[in-house]
Design a protein around this ligand. Structure first.
Ligand SMILES: [Ca+2]
Length: 151
């Protein structure tokens, strides 16, 4: 037996001592199953500490977009107040103003709807209402509607 055969015999013997049976040589690592974040259920589905639109996997989803819509307003009003309302998505605040100075308000947001009462609409003119939604990240979305103040 030459030196290399002796060395191989020793290595084989050591390997046999270390791994006596196939089951003893196996080890398993259990990884948790992959869970995708669901972007609309208010739960941290994937366990990364970020819920829904705060999770980077959700920020580009349509459900995480900032959006504001104004419900239909009357074409003509005959009083100096108007309640404007609409729907919103992911807004933390909605500011409402009109084209004529001195008329503005902050909308009250309830779930996916908002409402704002505008007053001092005294000028017999055409008003354009603008609802400006903003979110915690500084994003903005705007919607407009127009009405006439008649007699
Ligand atoms: Ca979720």
């Amino acid at each position: 037996m030459n030196k290399s055969n002796s060395l191989l015999t020793i290595i084989a013997a050591l390997a046999a001592l270390c791994c006596l049976t196939a089951s003893q040589c196996q080890s398993t690592v259990d990884f948790p199953p992959y869970v995708a974040e669901i972007c609309t259920d208010k739960i941290d589905n994937n366990g990364d500490g970020l819920i829904d639109c705060k999770d980077p996997t959700c920020v580009t989803k349509p459900s995480c977009a900032l959006k504001v819509v104004i419900n239909a307003v009357p074409a003509t009003i005959s009083q100096d107040t108007l309640v404007v309302s609409g729907v919103q998505q992911n807004a933390t605040a909605i500011a409402v103003d009109v084209t004529l100075p001195g008329v503005a308000g902050t909308a009250a947001i309830t779930a996916d709807t908002w409402v704002c009462k505008l007053s001092t609409l005294t000028a017999k003119s055409t008003y354009t209402v603008r609802a400006i939604a903003s979110d915690a990240e500084g994003n903005r979305d705007t919607a407009t509607a127009t009405f006439q103040r008649g007699n």
